[in-house]
Design a protein around this ligand. Structure first.
Ligand SMILES: Cc1cc2nc3c(=O)[nH]c(=O)nc-3n(C[C@H](O)[C@H](O)[C@H](O)COP(=O)(O)OP(=O)(O)OC[C@H]3O[C@@H](n4cnc5c(N)ncnc54)[C@H](O)[C@@H]3O)c2cc1C
Length: 410
């Protein structure tokens, strides 16, 4: 079978690329080895982070580094056995996180981030998925005045530099907005504009349904069988296409290495667990317990507790120690009842050392396109990347200058 474009990987990024191609009249086949959005795009915290202009950097203060080296914190954890393999990546990540470089990256990254809500809203409207989003914004909550004041100052600067809207909440304002949260907080930063999915997988599935309604086809297949030309094997036989888009998230290297690309990719793994809210307790906003390092997101399936970064090999053993450390602290903050999942879920954020995704034409192959490496913001940026890649594949003027995100930078 022949088609115009093959999109490999049906997470939020691949689905968004596919729907944008199909909208432009390109006959598109989307291929995944599993069901759509069953991996990283299933279990994230569901935020569309309009405020996320500074991608998450590697800490540069020695106090934090010393704490992380003990491997006892909640927000970060590492597998000692993985360190030799990931040290080159960490070293590059550390260098790109130096304050001046991080500021320069934020200016480039903001050009993608600024479109995240508009692009989600456009797809959600077409897909009839608006009800899957809450428009409450989200909160960073603080337990000490020092952290609160630092983050308030930072937010003031983001407002000046990038127009990021936020409100500073004192104890009383927090209690009014979140009456079931324990009165242990000294303040909160409320990012007003971000939207939050109540079921991130359902969002991807709604965009997939739109893609199929427009005539796109979704097939099970193995991206590892991709041969230049371009042909891939699926359960419905071999599919050939003029263009192919790699949107394999944390598995992108499985294909790019075979094609001769040595890209500096790594993962930050993360976990989640759902809880029933005890009694009649309600959590009105997603919230990051900034100084403890875990996130609570009210979802359709319950309160989803998500963890920070685990530095490990993608296929290394599952070690949900951060979840076990966070759970008792979260229970003191908000009345969580029993766990609702049999096992913690684990996913892998697909990362690059400069914290920006790799988007655009592959350097050494005709009609091969990259769309991966979205790290902490793949759900946020899926529809932005989807539109940008579709415009590039179709030879349209791109709505965002793609130059900063191309693979040649490595
Ligand atoms: C705990 C946690 C919380 C997060 N919270 C947020 C958040 O609040 N907001 C946000 O924006 N982002 C968040 N993220 C990040 C976000 O989830 C990811 O950046 C995003 O899901 C990546 O999407 P993707 O489509 O690139 O990859 P994926 O969703 O992983 O999709 C890749 C697809 O490729 C398929 N695949 C792999 N190998 C093959 C093969 N050989 N053949 C065929 N198919 C294959 C997989 O089955 C999968 O469907 C979070 C991540 C984690 C782990």
């Amino acid at each position: 079978m022949n088609t115009d474009v093959l999109v490999l990987g049906a997470g939020i990024v691949g689905v968004s690329v596919a729907v944008h191609l199909q909208k432009r009249g390109r006959s598109t086949v989307l291929v995944d080895r599993r069901a759509a959005a069953a991996e990283t795009s299933y279990g994230n915290a569901g935020l569309v982070q309009r405020e996320g202009v500074y991608p998450y950097g590697f800490p540069h203060d020695f106090g934090a580094l010393a704490r992380y080296s003990l491997n006892r914190t909640i927000d970060a954890h590492y597998h000692p056995s993985a360190i030799p393999r990931i040290t080159p990546f960490l070293w590059q990540y550390w260098k790109h996180s130096r304050p001046a470089r991080h500021r320069a990256i934020a200016r480039l990254y903001a050009r993608l981030i600024e479109h995240c809500i508009v692009e989600h809203d456009a797809l959600a409207a077409e897909a009839g998925a608006q009800d899957l989003f809450r428009r409450t914004g989200w909160m960073k909550i603080f337990r000490t005045e020092r952290e609160r004041d630092t983050r308030f100052r930072e937010a003031e600067q983001w407002k000046i530099d990038f127009g990021i809207n936020s409100a500073f909440l004192d104890r009383k304002a927090i209690q009014e907005k979140e009456p079931h949260v324990a009165p242990v907080l000294v303040g909160a930063l409320h990012f007003i504009d971000p939207i939050a999915a109540i079921d991130p997988q359902a969002v991807s599935l709604a965009y997939l349904a739109l893609f199929q309604k427009l005539g796109g086809r979704f097939m099970q297949g193995n991206a590892g069988t991709l041969e230049p030309g371009w042909t891939v094997r699926t359960v419905e036989g071999s599919i050939s296409a003029r263009d192919v888009v790699i949107a394999l998230g944390p598995w992108a290297d499985v294909v790019t290495r075979r094609l001769g690309y040595d890209l500096p990719l790594a993962v930050k793994r993360g976990y989640h667990m759902h809880y029933r809210a005890a009694g009649s307790a309600v959590l009105n906003h997603p919230m990051l317990d900034q100084e403890r390092g875990y996130f609570l997101a009210p979802m359709r399936a319950g309160i989803r507790l998500t963890t920070g970064a685990e530095f490990a090999l993608r296929d290394g053993m599952k070690t949900p120690v951060q979840l076990n450390r966070a759970e008792p602290i979260a229970r003191e903050l908000f009345p969580l009842a029993e766990r609702l999942d049999a096992d913690p879920w684990m996913g892998s954020r697909p990362c690059t050392p400069d914290m920006m995704p790799i988007i655009g034409r592959a350097p050494r192959h005709e009609r091969l396109w990259f769309a991966f490496g979205h790290a902490h913001h793949g759900f946020t940026l899926g529809p932005v990347t989807g539109r940008l890649v579709a415009e590039l594949v179709c030879g349209e003027a791109p709505f965002v200058d793609p130059a900063p995100y191309r693979a040649e930078r490595f």
